[in-house]
Design a protein around this ligand. Structure first.
Ligand SMILES: NC(=O)c1ccc[n+]([C@@H]2O[C@H](COP(=O)([O-])OP(=O)(O)OC[C@H]3O[C@@H](n4cnc5c(N)ncnc54)[C@H](O)[C@@H]3O)[C@@H](O)[C@H]2O)c1
Length: 266
């Protein structure tokens, strides 16, 4: 069986190294390249703690695409410059699976066009944990019956963006349901501390907590007279994202456009 050739972009980051370990453990996948602005010249297997594997980190995406001949690029970098990196990946004929968060709508639109033209997969998943995808689906179900919702997301203190991509995705999906039934108006008259009511997305307030001790957690709270319903997901280790990432790599060849959310391939 021909192996799926995979490169990791942002390979030296926390998620990138986790992907290197996960990809290397699968017999149908072959890690053929590693791109990162940090760690150039180092052996990625060694950095990932799985022993040297001869895949040397490069800080030049074009040369990694050329030499590694990937079928799929797995990306966990930063939103800044993501559009240009993603466009280069697609233009080389490589499918893209990305978990990078904070990507703006204009960039997504541009990539959607390139993906459609090239008939190539772009899978953007703000959360690769299967439980988180289910949380969002359950929240959409609950929103059909309970018309008031707030989201609290809790992440580690080194996270660069707020709210989290997962919270934005959940809020958008709940807000889509509420747009049909009438958007809630927040009754708060006096805000004594800026941000006390969080940020509002289509009537759904989103609150971000950043503290050491958390990795990634989220509560979606629905309220109705005399009752509340809390849907909570906790990521305890980055391993939780890997089954979703591996599934996305294996699914990439049958997706011919841009899709957002792991639920599209579950
Ligand atoms: N979708 C998910 O399930 C999920 C889970 C965790 C984190 N994330 C997201 O993944 C991204 C990475 O998270 P992390 O915790 O690994 O961060 P990190 O800071 O540990 O790693 C990011 C890596 O990207 C590299 N990088 C930065 N700019 C780059 C560029 N221009 N070109 C190439 N490489 C570049 C950095 O050098 C670093 O090695 C973030 O956007 C985070 O929010 C998503």
């Amino acid at each position: 069986m021909k192996k799926i050739r995979v490169i990791v972009t942002g390979a030296c980051g926390r998620m990138g190294l986790e992907c290197v370990r996960a990809i290397s453990a699968e017999s149908d996948l072959e890690l053929t390249g590693a791109f990162d602005v940090a760690g150039a010249g180092k052996d990625i297997g060694e950095l990932a703690g799985i022993g040297p594997n001869g895949v040397i980190v490069s800080d030049c995406l074009a040369s990694v695409l050329k030499s590694a001949k990937p079928d799929v690029a797995v990306d966990f970098t930063i939103a800044q410059g993501f559009g240009a990196r993603a466009a280069s990946i697609l233009k080389s004929g490589t499918r893209l699976v990305s978990g990078t968060t904070g990507i703006d709508a204009a960039t997504i639109k541009k990539l959607e066009k390139i993906a459609a033209e090239k008939k190539l997969c772009v899978l953007l998943a703000p959360n690769f944990a299967v439980g988180a995808a289910l949380m969002t689906q359950f929240a959409q179900m609950a929103a059909e019956r309970m018309s008031e919702c707030e989201i609290i997301e809790m992440h580690h203190n080194r996270k660069l963006d707020a709210p989290s991509g997962t919270a934005m995705d959940t809020a958008n999906k709940v807000a889509e349901v509420y747009a049909k039934s009438g958007v809630r108006v927040d009754p708060t008259k006096t805000i004594k501390l800026d941000g006390a009511r969080g940020g509002s997305l289509g009537g759904v307030s989103v609150h971000s907590v950043r503290l050491p001790g958390f990795l990634a957690s989220q509560e979606v709270i629905f309220g109705a007279p005399g009752q509340t319903l809390t849907i909570r997901h906790d990521t305890i280790s980055r391993e939780s994202f890997m089954p979703g990432v591996i599934l996305a790599i294996r699914s990439a060849s049958r997706i011919k456009k841009l899709v957002v959310g792991l639920e599209n391939i579950l």
